[in-house]
Design a protein around this ligand. Structure first.
Ligand SMILES: Nc1ncnc2c1ncn2[C@@H]1O[C@H](COP(=O)(O)OP(=O)(O)OP(=O)(O)O)[C@@H](O)[C@H]1O
Ligand SMILES: [Mg+2]
Length: 273
């Protein structure tokens, strides 16, 4: 069995089914009638030119934006809209195109902040470190230390995040999302601004998360090499519309996708690479 059929065999039921979603901001149509699904254990990429609606798509899934039309079915349950709290409780975590970390806080504390939703005892008991709260805190710290080992950032665990190079900050942001133990991980351009080596490291971490924890991943990425290497299926957006959907090979050969990327107007002959 080759690598891609091995992946295909592991992919499970549909975890997230997006049906006919439309979203506009005043006159700007960010998304028009978008439908696609994400299967359990899959790495699903969303690609498209700037302003295509990729980040908006993730914001609809995690409840930050409310679509005017369509519905979201997560794990068999339909929703006309999500809200961020419910999405988090159902196991949706995300990283951000522009990092959303506490720059003055250490790596450890930033990743710990992703753990809050999982903590049962109130902040008051935690602050006083009373009995059960203290034991719970110890267990959460151990979990976070495991993430730090997994992401190979032990050497920086006490360093304020603002002092780290950008590539490492992106890794901490991934750690913060992993601390939520997500079922579905939404990654908005996790390799943006990285050099080759940092991109390779990040690709490996994403594949390892998917492999070792079975996490389903939706990934927005501009680097085509990365997308083609690590994703099972790819959705292509352009001006808020879906213009392609399929395996990396299918998408690569889709004439409409080629046109969108090469900027060739419809009707002109398209050069095939
Ligand atoms: N909060 C908002 N208010 C108004 N318009 C918005 C808002 N968020 C997104 N848009 C608009 O929706 C469209 C899609 O934006 P979006 O950020 O989803 O694109 P994108 O594909 O993520 O682009 P990029 O590759 O540049 O990150 C753009 O025209 C953008 O200006
Ligand atoms: Mg974006």
């Amino acid at each position: 069995m080759n690598a891609s059929s091995a992946r295909e065999a592991r992919m499970g039921q549909v975890l997230l089914d997006l049906q006919n979603l439309s979203l506009s901001f005043g006159g700007v149509k960010a998304l028009t009638d978008i439908s696609f699904d994400v299967r359990e254990h899959e790495i699903r990429a969303i690609i498209g030119p700037n302003g295509a609606g990729k980040s908006s798509m993730l914001n609809v899934v995690n409840g930050v934006y409310t679509p005017q039309q369509g519905r979201i079915v997560f794990d068999g349950k339909p929703f006309a809209r999500m809200n961020p709290r419910r999405a988090a409780e159902m196991g949706v975590a995300r990283t951000f195109q522009n990092l959303a970390l506490f720059k003055g806080m250490s790596v450890l504390d930033n990743i710990m902040s992703g753990r809050n939703l999982r903590m049962k005892s109130g902040l008051f008991a935690q602050a006083l470190r009373w009995g059960p709260a203290e034991r719970e805190e110890t267990a959460h710290r151990a979990f976070v230390e495991n993430i730090i080992d997994f992401l190979e950032i032990q050497a920086w665990r006490k360093v304020p995040v603002g002092r780290l190079p950008y590539g490492l900050q992106k890794r901490v942001d991934l750690g913060r999302a992993l601390a939520m133990e997500p079922r579905l991980l939404l990654l908005d351009e996790p390799m943006a601004g990285m050099n080759m080596e940092e991109k390779q490291d990040m690709s490996r971490f994403i594949l390892d998360v998917n492999d070792e924890f079975g996490t389903t991943i939706v990934l927005i990425e501009h680097d085509m090499g990365v997308v083609m290497d690590i994703s099972d299926r790819v959705v292509v957006l352009d001006y808020g519309r879906k213009i392609g959907d399929g395996t990396p090979d299918e998408v690569r050969q889709n004439p409409e996708v080629i046109r969108a990327y090469l900027g060739v107007t419809a009707g002109e002959p398209v050069a095939h690479a």
